[in-house]
Design a protein around this ligand. Sequence first.
Ligand code: HEC
Length: 156
Amino acid sequence: METRMNLRTTCMVLVASIVTLGAGSLLWHSPAGAADATPAAPAAKPYTVKDGNKVDMNTYKGFLYYGDACLRCHGPDGSGSSYAPNLTQVLKRLTKEQVENTVINGKKDVSQSSDLVMPAFGTDADVVENLDNIYDYLLARSDGALGRGHPEHLEQ
Ligand code: HEC
């Protein structure tokens, strides 16, 4: 009884495999179909980094505007200071929306006796226009894809 069940299951699996293989090889012969059948790649990153320090133009702009607007408090490379948090860590726990909301609206830590204030950048056109670029730069830093220091930009 046991053996018969197993045999039956094996047969069914075999049939299923043959059907799958058949469908697979059909796709294989058509280049378009084969491309569609490729498993989804991991979500694309919004930045490109080569050799650890060469970045696409938007990420490069993000680096420049970070230097203009954020570095004086958050330190070089987004890595924090005694006054403001390390943004490479912050980006691991906040969503892009949360980060961008804080930059636009600011934040004041009322739980602390010290006056920690994240200014609102909602009226700073340079920052608003480059918010995605600044985020992408910080994400590349946070992911460990981009090292410290002044990146180079890739020819495009
Ligand atoms: C004047 C100093 C100052 C400047 C300039 C500044 N920040 Fe901040 N930022 C802070 C401080 C202080 C905090 C912590 C505030 C708190 O915890 O309430 C903070 C918090 C943040 C947070 C939220 C962290 C969290 O855990 O919620 C983000 C995101 C952030 N800053 C991004 C930026 C970006 C991007 C820029 C540049 C566009 C920038 N900041 C410029 C001082 C600054």
